[in-house]
Write a protein that binds this ligand. Sequence first.
Ligand code: IVH
Length: 698
Amino acid sequence: MSPQDRIQELTDQLNYYNDQYYQHSQSVVDDYTFDKLLEELQALEQQYPDAKRPDSPTSRVGGTISKEFATVYHRFPMLSLGNTYNETDLIEFDNRVRKGLNGDGYEYICEQKFDGVALSMTYENGLLVQAATRGDGVRGDDITHNIRTIRTMPLRVKEGRGNATSSRSSVPPLFEVRGEGFLPLAEFERINKEREDIGEPLLANPRNAASGTFKQQDSAAVAKRRLDCFIYSFLSDEPVFQTHEESLITLAEWGFNISPTWKKCTSIDEVMAYIAEWDTKRFTLPLNTDGIVIKVNRYDQQRELGYTAKSPRWAIAYKFKAAAAATTLNSITYQVGRTGAVTPVAHLSPVLLAGTVVKRASLHNANEIARLGVMLGDTVFVEKGGEIIPKVTGVDLSKRPESARAIEYPTECPACGTPLVRQEGEAHFYCTNEKHCPPQRQARFEHFIQRRAMNIESLGEGKIELLIERGLVEEPADLYDLTNEKLLGLEKTYPATPVVHADGTEEPGKARTVKFGQKTVDNILTAIDRSKSQPFGNVLFAMGIRYVGSTTADRLVDYFGSLDALMAAPLDTLAGVPDVGPRIAESAFAWFQDEDNRRYVARLRAAGLQFVSEKKVVALESDSLAGKTFLYTGTFTNFSREAMEERIAANGGKLLSGVSKKLNFLIVGENAGPSKVAKAQQLNVPMLSEDEFMAMLG
Ligand code: IVH
């Protein structure tokens, strides 16, 4: 077979596998075979670029760097929707529709109002040729390379042109689909967990994270964040469908990702019932939504109703009320994180918001303060969105008191006085005194003792603080010099912090005493001793090198096998390690060059920590789980987490890191994570109890 023919064959084969996987939840081949075929195709395409097909699956992994996005004009302007917040407005909308249609019968399609980024995709002869952001509605940015990385976005629609096997229509030669691009909540949480590990400031919310990702210039970085998109409209010059309903059904057949949550309603009462149903059910969806979109179903009726300058008369958005409240901004404090990033925190007069009392809210960074134009003493709006920490979303300027004071962002670290710096392109200011700044030091210890690092968690809850305060430890290596004599009898009482109740009343709270009795000291010393056998990957993660999270640490360990090999590696070699880009490589390289760090590493080595990888070889017990993928959530009676993972591997199963269509079984224990369970339900992933899992093991 000629290389050109092989390219054709591989493209078809891999597209078929992708389609089976993403549209039908079927794994036809194992990951390894898939990756090998993809690599073969990539290599051939590099040699014979002319033979590369526009629907090549290799474009899903990114690799294109665009300096600037080209501007594209939308063939049809991208309008917005009118908003309503209550039933009266909705009934008025319905009356306008009835009047506009002169009493003709009509139906509505209700859909979720997805909270992401509006995208427009153009298909020519069945191929995805262009994808753009909304921009100002008339022109947007060409982000085709980034959109290609979305696994659920067809690069070629399923039915070839003129092929009438589709139940309704053949694919027109030119059409556009529009939809909402988003970062799934589970993915958002995963990214933030990773950022927390490496001491990076957290992403504010899934929408901003999605919007930032879609505009990244390196499409390979985009591919790593598993973006997704729900399609909600179809546009073409020639009429193709009679109704919106028909378009949704057919687009799903063509391979587009249509959220199955839409519903046809024949009266405004049914619309209200749909709204009431989704007001609570929306929290089980894989993304944030902020309302319901109601659209007249028939296209001829849509045309009859027409548009205002900004929005269609045939559709409206009913917005769910975000939990919001107004309160006073009393002061701002600045928190210093492990890597020195400074985050402003708003201190508010206590206010009740969605059932809890809010006293603090995030202000993210200096840019956000400037954007809001907020001053001390202002009445501000706080909201709780999909995120856990409430945020300040606006200022009530009409209530600004005369005494309001401008916020002076600190120029020096609030903890140690070192001048703050901001690198180009960074939103946060940093304190560079990483070795001696007290909160950075404390955070470094907390990072070191966590379970995924050295697992000395018996030192948590104020104990580290006391050891630092008493001068017993300065850096984590000092933990290995602690003795019974040094620890026994240490004691400190921390003053009470007031507790605010839901009705706004305050209680003084309880003072807290940290006490090192014999039992506590024994536990701590045992945990410190046991930490010496934590695997090398954990040790590397524990060192707290910026950007080296636990996954990256494991990658480096897999590649180099020992700390000596890692420390001797030139920058190029580091940057060439799978999943380690230039940014991580530079950070790790510089870290190991630093004299103080080398001395620190030498001390850890002398303490007896693991600096060589010891790949655990699991002896196979049976093949009862062969070819199946698992994930567990919660806790179990008969298995620790480690034991659960070992049993899965020892019986031929594979552990996955998240709920996806690839997952065959979710094992559900006590206190299972609700988002994992909801996602599994949504994707129809079967769930197993502990007993059922044990039965499966045989
Ligand atoms: S239809 C003429 N359907 O809401 C506008 N829009 O204000 C047609 N959106 O930025 C839009 N979910 O990105 C439509 N199911 C849905 C939607 C939806 C979210 C967004 C859209 C646009 C905004 C409109």
